[in-house]
Design a binder for this molecule. Structure first.
Ligand code: PLP
Length: 1010
């Protein structure tokens, strides 16, 4: 009789449930390998799983399963495990006869609610750690469990995994080599492996056996179910199984595995010998799963499920193979709190007993004293990227420094986070976006080309080659040093090719002998001449290009593998100075800076460098900046920086003296504006610009009343706050002052009037404001609005609204102010200024943020008439406004916009982005609206009823930050993501942004909304 013939029907299952357990419930079949499983639903309870065996079942196995669950229930303190329920006779295993008179064993287990691991998205580090912890707890609890009828399922016991060898022909040809490699590795390690600790372990912590809590932001593993594969085997197998499933589908497989190992070890300490085998064990579990899938596929070649299920194991295996086994091993050790390399302590002890001199390494060095050179990301000495990439300039600076310290050796760099590795060879895509190698692992010694390098101790040549290429080592020598009970390596990079390659592998070099001579650029990898000197405890799998720089994330492993070379020299000058921690910075701010000065993000970031569309934190980790419209032409644009530096070196004084710069800037700005707007006043901030604009409007009209939009923001001064509904209607605000008149935000998506053709209705609201002012016997002084309301949530004004509103205001004798502090200077793409999108000419335009690319310079442009009326005899003096430095900077910003065609870029990239975001909104209905112009866009998140989704917006912004992408949230309901990057933001940046937006929008917290 085959399997399907003996199937149990739903009705039969429900009958068994009632007869054996006196429980009335509804049964729903579940997939099962050994048993027929039914999910039993009972009113108001989590319910049960009814497990009905096949005929001829192995009784021992069933009693083992009963006993392990009873044991866990009794002995675990904080583990959630399925509880086994006794039948009406008090038995945990019931015997029944099915409709065909077959004898069956029946068990009833409690149902544990939760999300199945397989369906959880994202599975982050915390969750992997929690998986490790839970699995560790199970193993810890099972330490006291023994059973006389314990059996090992040969196929699924990694200890027996070499059975897969006879199926090697089933694997695709190109994978056989990998499978063979791991099988041989396992076979070779058997003698130590078989001696590892054994215990009863769960042995099948796979994606479908793990239940995760319902918390969608910070979920934890709630329970591991299905003890059907529990067996007595090497404990490390259990860890390996957890890891094998968790690494599938990850870009960086090691990262989740390390979290699991760390979590496991925190509850059930793993031994160093066990970790020696973990890399191979993970691979062997993948091979076992993969082989089983291939065997089944052979039986049912058309089964698409089987075809699909083999793929993740295949991919994971290939990725695992590409990870250095030693690196994985050392990473596991660090995850468990051991030293990265088993011999690290021996090296440290040995190094502590010797005092090496730098004159032994460089006999031509001026002395044994050092002067530390700081090449870190925040180093002012290296300065701008354009500067440090100019090798002649770099060498000039080195020479100057050497002249300043003629008796010292210029050196430094161990574990320094550096910004100088700008080649893409230093980047990779990790599990959370792109990662760059920035942490320097050796010490650099800055000497001229041809300086001889000598051996500090005896060594054997293991590498002597030309590691050619930009930002590589050039002439490279690596020596291996054999000591009594350990070995280590030293690396000498950036030599002349000739001096490095004259060695043969295996050559012995005696202490004091010459190793090589320093090379010059480009042959030394294209650097200013220096020696990169590094100590390594292992060569890992590298033969040539051993990394001299690594990822911040892997710092703890690498610093164990590559000890500080200063352990040899013991120089105080080379010791890493202790930087102030972020916590210390926060604590000081809290104490001494105004409390209303907010910090961005749950975990604030310290930014120390900008470059184009990127910002870098103190670890030189890059963030793609989609927020900062202040760095208009790119962070620290070189020609803008230079313009400021050069002018600052000459003179900076106030505008009462004649100077070309103020006129030049005025001219540049006037060229971009309509002819009517041809008088300028220079100030220092957007607030100051608006403050002055309102003063002008008051002077022009002789009135005080201002009309502004709901949720508008115009600055932080008294007057500006008085006209900013965003502030006075927000937290801590006290409502509109007497002379401020607010009309509803002209938001056609979720405003007072929605949909098409709302311009007239919103203009009518402005008309009512005017009437209201006039009804008090006063008149309107000014109407102020942004062309796209930024703080209001990137709200575009309905077409036709602005001409109508301007007409009403001007007819009433008021002034129209276009606040272009956010929108101006080419960002709109189609037009240089925002008001030009609406075919209007304001009386005053205020300009701020983008004008100085980060430098505080702002301006007010107005008509002759307005300027004339303002100049009523009272002098307008501004200490800083219009100074030569600010004007030089602002002029250069405007020139860069033209020269680099950045308005065109804003148009092209902005249109692409908007189009793609609209496509995304079809796929993800949480995106209610996509709007804006050029590189000034907004994405509004709402539910089906247009209710704002502030938490989701916050989640999205924070998760994007986790992926190295900075986004800001705004709008009165905090549900609009703003995109307003430096306008050098290019197509590639846009695609990256879209890719990660899509990734995060697919995460459970985002998809659970609608
Ligand atoms: C539209 C608008 N106007 C004026 C200001 C004030 O500019 P600042 O912060 O330079 O004083 C801001 C600042 O965010 C703004 O967004």
């Amino acid at each position: 009789m085959n399997y399907t013939d003996t199937k149990i029907s739903i009705q039969e299952a429900e009958k068994i449930l009632f007869e054996q357990y006196n429980i009335k419930g509804t049964a729903h079949p579940l997939p099962g390998y050994e048993d027929y499983n039914f999910r039993i639903k009972v009113d108001n309870e989590d319910g049960y799983v009814l497990k009905i065996s096949r005929q001829n079942v192995n009784k021992n196995a069933i009693s083992f399963l009963r006993d392990i669950l009873l044991y866990l229930e009794k002995n675990s303190e904080d583990l959630i495990t399925p509880k086994i329920i006794a039948d009406t006779k008090g038995d945990y295993i019931s015997e029944v006869l099915d409709n065909d008179k077959n004898r069956r064993s029946v068990r009833l287990l409690t149902w544990i609610s939760g999300r199945v691991w397989h369906e959880v998205n994202p599975r982050l580090n915390n969750l992997h750690f929690s998986l490790g912890e839970t699995s560790g707890k199970i193993t810890k609890t099972l330490q006291g469990f023994h059973h006389e009828s314990i059996e090992s399922d040969f196929d699924w016991d990694i200890a027996h995994s070499l059975w897969t060898k006879k199926h090697i022909h089933l694997f695709p040809k190109e994978e056989q080599e990998i499978v063979n490699y791991f099988q041989n590795r396992f076979e070779n390690e058997l003698s130590t492996y078989t001696r590892l600790r054994k215990s009863i372990v769960h042995n099948d912590v796979n994606d479908y056996n793990i239940l995760v809590s319902d918390n969608l932001i910070n979920p934890k593993v709630k329970a591991v179910i299905d003890y059907g594969d529990a067996m007595q085997t090497q404990i490390i197998n259990d860890v390996g199984i957890c890891c094998a499933y968790a690494i599938m589908g990850q870009n960086d497989s090691l990262e989740p595995a390390l979290q699991i190992v760390s979590g496991y070890h925190s509850v059930f300490p793993l031994q160093e010998e066990e970790l020696d085998h973990l890399y191979t064990i993970i691979a062997m579990r993948l091979i076992v799963s993969y082989t089983s899938a291939l065997i089944n596929l052979k039986k049912e070649p058309k089964n698409t499920y089987l075809q699909v299920s083999a793929k993740p194991a295949s991919k994971a295996l290939k990725k695992w193979f590409n990870i250095s086994s030693d690196f994985a091993h050392y990473s596991f050790r660090v995850a468990c709190g051991y030293t990265a390399h088993p011999d690290t302590e021996k090296f440290n002890r040995w190094a502590s007993t010797y005092q090496f001199k730098v004159t032994e390494l460089f006999p031509t060095a001026p002395s044994d004293e050092f002067h530390h050179i700081d090449l870190s990301v925040s180093s002012k000495w290296i300065g701008h990227q354009e500067n440090f990439n100019d090798l002649d300039l770099f060498q000039f600076k080195i020479d100057r420094l050497q002249a300043e310290y003629p008796n010292k050796v210029l050196a430094g760099g161990y574990l320094e986070p550096r910004p100088i590795y700008t080649s893409t060879a230093y980047d990779k895509i990790g599990n959370n976006g792109s990662e760059s190698r920035t942490i320097h692992l050796g010490i650099d010694f800055w000497f001229h080309a041809n300086t001889p390098v000598h051996a500090l101790f005896d060594g054997e040549v293991v590498t002597a080659c030309n590691d050619a290429g930009d930002k590589e080592y050039g002439g490279l020598v690596i020596l291996k040093h054999h000591l009594e009970d350990f070995e280590f390596y030293t690396l000498y990079g950036h030599n002349t090719v000739e001096s490095a390659t004259k060695h043969q592998i295996g050559d012995l070099i005696k202490k004091g002998e010459k190793i090589a001579e320093l090379g010059n650029y480009p042959e030394n990898g294209n650097w200013a001449p220096h020696l990169h000197f590094q100590v390594m405890m292992s060569m890992l799998d590298y033969e040539v290009d051993f990394p001299g720089v690594t990822y911040f994330k892997q710092l703890n492993v690498w610093k164990g593998l590559c000890p500080d070379p200063n352990l040899l020299f013991k120089s105080e000058a080379l010791k890493n100075s202790n930087n102030i921690t972020n916590d210390e910075l926060i604590a000081y701010r809290k104490q001494h800076l105004g409390k209303s000065l907010n910090l961005q993000y749950k975990t604030p970031i310290k930014m120390v460098r900008g470059a184009g569309v990127y910002l870098m934190d103190q670890y030189a980790q890059k963030y793609l900046d989609t927020v900062n419209n202040v760095a208009h032409v790119g962070h620290e644009h070189f020609s803008v920086v230079k313009a400021g530096q050069e002018q600052m070196a000459l003179i900076n004084t106030n505008s009462r003296y004649l100077h070309d710069n103020i006129n030049k800037l005025a001219k540049e700005l006037i060229e971009t504006l309509p002819p009517e707007l041809n008088v300028l006043h220079f100030v220092n901030s957007g607030s100051e610009a608006n403050e002055l604009a309102i003063r002008m409007a008051k002077a022009y009209s002789g009135e005080k009343d201002i009309i502004a939009s709901e949720v508008g923001y115009h600055g932080n001064t008294n007057m500006c706050v008085d006209i900013s509904s965003y502030k006075f209607d927000g937290k801590g605000g006290q409502g509109a002052p007497e002379h401020t008149h607010i009309f509803p935000i002209p938001n056609a998506f979720r405003g007072k009037y929605r949909g098409e053709n709302t311009a007239d209705k919103y203009a009518e609201e402005v008309k009512q404001c005017i009437a209201n002012i006039q009804s008090k016997g006063r008149n309107v002084a000014a109407f102020i609005i942004e062309p796209i309301i930024s703080c209001g949530g990137q709200v575009e004004l309905p077409q036709g609204f602005l001409p109508k509103a301007y007409k009403l205001i001007q007819e009433a004798g008021g002034i129209c102010i276009s606040d272009e502090v956010q929108t101006g200077c080419g960002r709109m793409g189609k037009t240089f200024w925002g008001f030009q999108l609406h075919n209007v000419v304001p009386d005053i335009v205020t300009i701020g943020k983008p004008l100085g690319n980060g430098h505080p310079v702002a301006a007010v442009a107005c008509t002759k008439e307005v300027a004339e009326k303002f100049a009523n005899g009272m002098e307008y003096f501004n200490t800083f406004g219009g100074n030569p430095v600010s004007c030089a900077i602002a002029t250069e910003v405007l020139c860069v916009v033209k020269r680099e065609k950045l308005q065109e870029n804003a148009y092209e990239v902005g249109e692409f982005l908007k189009e793609e975001l609209k496509k995304l909104s079809k796929e993800f209905p949480v995106i209610g609206d996509v709007r804006g112009q050029g590189l000034f866009l907004g994405i509004e998140l709402v539910d089906n009823n247009l209710n704002p989704l502030a938490k989701q917006t916050d989640y999205l912004a924070n998760r994007m930050k986790d992926h190295g992408i900075l986004m800001s949230v705004d709008g009165p309901d905090y549900n609009v993501l703003k995109i307003k990057p430096p306008i050098v933001f290019n197509m590639e940046n846009a695609k990256e942004l879209l890719f990660y937006l899509k990734k995060i929008l697919s995460e459970d917290f985002m998809t659970s909304t609608i």
